[in-house]
Design a protein around this ligand. Structure first.
Ligand code: NAP
Length: 256
């Protein structure tokens, strides 16, 4: 049977290990026939990303620290050479200094604020700009966000502010790139036990609370986030852009 992503080529940024949301997305995309390139931030994780890539027969694995413009330029030059065009890009990247993810938000330092916004929000803008010339036949860009962008979630702190900026950036990018057939959307995922999530103080109780209060009375899996990404990245989502799609077992719909 034909896959929903047959003939589509793209890049997924943010796979670190098997628990990464980006890994769930990559698995679904590969199963539907997409050609996928993966990236790694630095030498520290290169080997593990290459090992994971091999599991899914992915041969294009490239470096990209999103705080370095030169690395972003080199990434798209390499993707242009290998693929000739891009149909999709997945941005599954966030970072804030640990001390900013505990205690009171009011104590966030200027430097922690700058780093969190740079890595977690500005990077989407820089990557969209880099992908644009390669998305000759239109394209689809998906980023990952969290409910802490909309409401104050204790412990999420500066990351919530970064996610608000990210969600706003999704709308502005959708506006700029829409005339070229490039769609830009975010998935607001419920809590998933990953390396990034474990950096948030009180994350275990966050998982428990979500499962108790969400209408579906459970948490979500990486593969479920992957399936929602498939909808947005494939032609199924062809008229959807500038959207924040909640994949959180319905948690966001509750008032209490
Ligand atoms: P993860 O596996 O730790 O993924 C985070 C990724 O960001 C890692 O691959 C990390 O690379 C990368 N990264 C950080 N700084 C970077 C930089 N300067 N350049 C390039 N890559 C960089 O955790 P995850 O939970 O799957 O996170 C993926 C996305 O989902 C994030 O945007 C996160 O906020 C979002 N999200 C997560 C949850 C959740 O509960 N897990 C819920 C909603 C949204 P290194 O490992 O090399 O540092």
């Amino acid at each position: 049977m034909a896959g929903l992503m047959d003939g589509k080529k793209g890049v997924v940024l943010g796979v670190t290990n098997k628990r990464s949301i980006a890994w769930g997305i990559t698995q679904v995309l590969r199963a539907e026939g997409a050609e996928v390139a993966l990236t790694y931030q630095g030498k520290r994780v290169e080997e593990s990303v290459r090992t994971l890539a091999a599991e899914l027969d992915i041969s294009v694995v490239l470096p990209c620290d999103v705080t370095e413009d030169a690395q972003i330029d080199a990434l798209f030059a390499a993707l242009g050479e290998r693929f000739g065009k891009l149909d999709f890009l997945v941005h599954s990247i966030a970072f804030a200094p640990k001390e900013a993810l505990e205690g009171e938000f009011v104590n966030t330092s200027r430097e922690a604020f700058r780093i969190a916004l740079d890595v977690s929000a500005y990077s989407l803008v820089a990557l969209a700009r880099g992908a644009r010339p390669l998305m000759k036949d239109g394209g689809s860009i998906v980023t990952l966000t969290y409910y802490g962008a909309e409401k104050a979630v204790p412990g999420y702190n500066v990351m919530g502010v970064a996610k608000s900026a990210l969600e706003s950036a999704v709308r502005y990018l959708a506006s700029d790139l829409g005339p070229e057939g490039i769609r830009v959307n975010a998935i607001s995922a419920g809590p998933v036990n990953t390396v990034a999530a474990r950096g948030i103080s009180g994350f275990t109780s966050m998982l428990k609370l979500h499962a108790e209060r969400a209408p579906l009375r459970r948490n979500v899996t990486q593969l479920e986030v992957g399936q929602a990404a498939l909808y947005l990245l494939s032609d199924l989502g062809s008229a959807v852009t500038g959207e924040v799609l909640h994949v959180d077992a319905g948690y966001h719909a509750m008032g209490m």
